[in-house]
Design a protein around this ligand. Structure first.
Ligand code: FAD
Length: 289
């Protein structure tokens, strides 16, 4: 199903994100994880894209498995900045062969060892979205950053580029993770004020291990509210307690988002079905699958 149609349904639902196995790693653990999560009847599952090391082929295989073996709706991520047009076309053909209808069109991160390395066919996500809209028939989404993208000069300029994504064909935006819903609501106010009208799917990351925090901060730049830092400090040396507290924190964020009118929330599950199951249990009388 196209995500634009899923978003029109009057139902409160969750979607879940998976990452494919690295090149030469087995598929079985990922297939098992998506099978477990499929039982929760998510709105859709997304599969991330790794541009290097053969992992991109694995994205298509996991996405195809969800679509064809599990009968679920799937959102395949696709990054462009390190790919030539011909390579992108090859990926699109693979997606069509698998019956995939939805793409999260991204620029992708620049390599840390060589930040100037890029192919010139698609410099930004909006270039990819425009190309896909003009030449293919996928339902297209893009990424948005409630606290601003880490490279952006300022938040207003960043929002201008989000507007461009809508103008060239994005039908929805999925957000970077955030831990303070008020920052997200503030962002929503700003983007609506700037005329962005497409649906925004908030992205929530259940932090179940304090070791994740440094990387989360580096990758997303998301602020950690005092309430969350207190939880992490308290349960730093008690992994099971931290896991439970992290899942409850994320569940509360989701309940707050739903109470504020968001029907679809995307959960970064890190391929751990037990996290998705616990959140689903916490919201069992709220979710309308
Ligand atoms: P863009 O929208 O192109 O923005 C990148 C930067 O350039 C921003 O600072 C923006 O302000 C600026 N910019 C945009 N357009 C222009 C313009 N025309 N002129 C000048 N500056 C401009 N990465 C992966 O490798 N694989 C994944 O599967 C993946 N999934 C993701 C899913 C979500 C929901 C999110 C939020 C991120 C994901 N990422 C993934 C990370 C993403 O690739 C990085 O954040 C990347 O640095 C930016 O991608 P983008 O599509 O947001 O880029």
């Amino acid at each position: 199903m196209r995500i634009s149609d899923i978003l029109k349904e009057d139902k409160i639902r969750l979607s879940y994100e998976f990452f494919p196995p690295k090149a030469n790693s087995p598929f079985e653990p990922v297939f098992n994880a998506v099978e477990e999560v499929a039982k929760l009847k998510p709105a859709f599952c997304s599969v991330t894209y790794g541009a290097s090391g053969g992992a991109s082929a694995n994205t298509m295989k996991v996405a195809g498995y969800i679509q064809n073996e599990l009968g679920g709706s799937v959102l395949a991520h696709l990054t462009c900045v390190l790919s030539k047009k011909e390579e992108i076309e090859g990926k699109l053909q693979e997606m069509k062969d698998q019956g995939i209808k939805n793409i999260l069109a991204l620029r992708g991160d620049l390599p840390t060892d060589d930040p100037d390395r890029r192919e010139k066919d698609f410099m930004y996500a909006s270039d990819l979205i425009k190309y896909l809209k003009e030449n293919h028939d996928f339902c297209l989404g893009g990424a948005c950053y409630p606290e601003g993208h880490v490279e952006s000069q300022d938040k207003d300029t960043d929002i201008g580029y989000l507007k461009l994504k809508e103008e060239v064909g994005a039908e929805f935006l999925t957000s970077q993770m955030f831990f303070d819903n008020n920052l997200f609501y503030n962002f929503m106010y700003k983007i609506r004020d700037r005329g962005i009208r497409i649906p925004i799917i908030p992205g929530i990351m259940p932090v179940t291990n304090v070791n994740q925090l440094k990387r989360i901060k580096e990758l997303s730049g998301a602020q950690l509210p005092a309430k969350f830092v207190q939880i992490a400090d308290k349960f730093r040396d008690k992994p099971e307690a931290m896991k439970q507290a992290g899942i409850i924190y994320a569940s509360n964020q989701i309940i707050d988002l739903i109470s504020n009118g968001f029907k679809l929330v995307h959960v970064y599950t890190m391929n751990k079905p037990e996290i998705a199951e616990s959140i689903h249990d916490n919201l069992s009388n709220i979710i309308e699958s």
